[in-house]
Design a protein around this ligand. Structure first.
Ligand code: KIV
Length: 287
């Protein structure tokens, strides 16, 4: 497969479903790429699933650059999108462009994601003018947790749904290459998908979107038993598998079954004899 680009994703509207997953470091990026991801999102969900925070507000551009660079060092074929964290696009268009450029120049991302609708049009235009492709993100935008009063389904009421559709149209008109729809009723996501000319990528938005995204640690069951939202389908229980593997390792350490002769470096007999004689001699001299 050759490197996936933002214009290619834009051209997938209504075609083969887009496969997107988060990754935050070199090994998870390699796993995502081997599995055939079209897009790897270095999400600010790194704050929750990797760094143990309770929300995404605690990560800044520095953290996102660090993780994005780890992902791109895996040289995936997938398009790598760097998530712009809270307060990295709220101060001014100039500041936003500088932060987006760091994700591209230092992190190696080929696109960035910005949460929010029409109120982001100013900063969006500035980033696009700097030739950086932008992915939009509407619905349950986790950086708005305090403004939303918690992590709640968005667009339930007619008025809110209508506003979301208008936001999506405005983002598409501005030039985003795709829009993530998170925590949205399926029918609203279907209307947005039908109304905008760019692909929608759903997470908790039903089956009618042009693609789907999930957090890698949720898909793989790597989270260690925390609460999982209704829209997550875990396809593995890697945390349990990992605990089992480590328990077997510790049992083998305790019993002496690890390491075996095959897992050990050996000194040739001849050198060993010389070394032992040397140590014996020295200990006799010391006495
Ligand atoms: O940060 C993230 O992981 C995200 C996805 C859930 C879309 O924004």
């Amino acid at each position: 497969m050759s490197k996936v680009t933002a214009p290619e994703i834009r051209a997938r509207k209504g075609g083969a479903k887009i496969r997107m997953v988060t990754a935050y470091d070199y090994p998870t990026a390699r796993i995502a790429d081997r599995a055939g991801a079209d897009i790897i999102l270095v999400g600010d969900s790194v704050a929750n699933v990797v760094l143990g925070h309770t929300d995404t507000l605690s990560v800044d551009t520095e953290v996102m650059v660090h993780h994005t660079a780890a992902v791109t060092r895996a040289a995936p074929d997938a398009l790598v999108v760097g998530d712009m964290p809270w307060m990295s696009f709220h101060v001014s268009p100039e500041d936003t462009v500088r932060n987006a450029a760091r994700l591209v120049r230092e992190g190696g991302a080929a696109a960035v994601k910005i949460e929010g609708g029409r109120k982001r049009l100013g900063v969006l235009a500035a980033v696009l003018a700097a030739e950086i492709p932008v992915m939009g993100h509407l619905g349950l935008t986790p950086q708005s947790v305090h403004a939303m009063g918690g992590y709640r389904l968005q667009g339930k009421e007619v008025h809110a749904a209508y506003e979301m559709i208008s936001d999506a149209q405005a983002l598409a008109d501005a030039g985003v290459f795709a829009i993530v729809l998170e925590g949205v009723p399926d029918r609203v996501a279907q209307i947005v998908t039908a109304e905008v000319p760019v692909p929608t990528i759903g997470i908790g938005a039903g089956a009618g979107c042009d693609g789907q995204v999930l957090v890698m640690h949720d898909v793989l069951g790597l989270g260690g038993g925390e609460y999982l939202p209704k829209f997550v389908r875990p396809y593995a229980s890697l945390a349990d598998d990992a605990v089992g593997a480590l328990e077997r390792f510790f049992d083998d350490v305790e019993s002496g079954a690890f390491p075996s002769a095959d897992e050990t470096y050996h000194m040739p007999d001849e050198s060993f004899e010389i070394l032992r004689d040397l140590v014996d001699l020295e200990s006799r001299v010391d006495r």
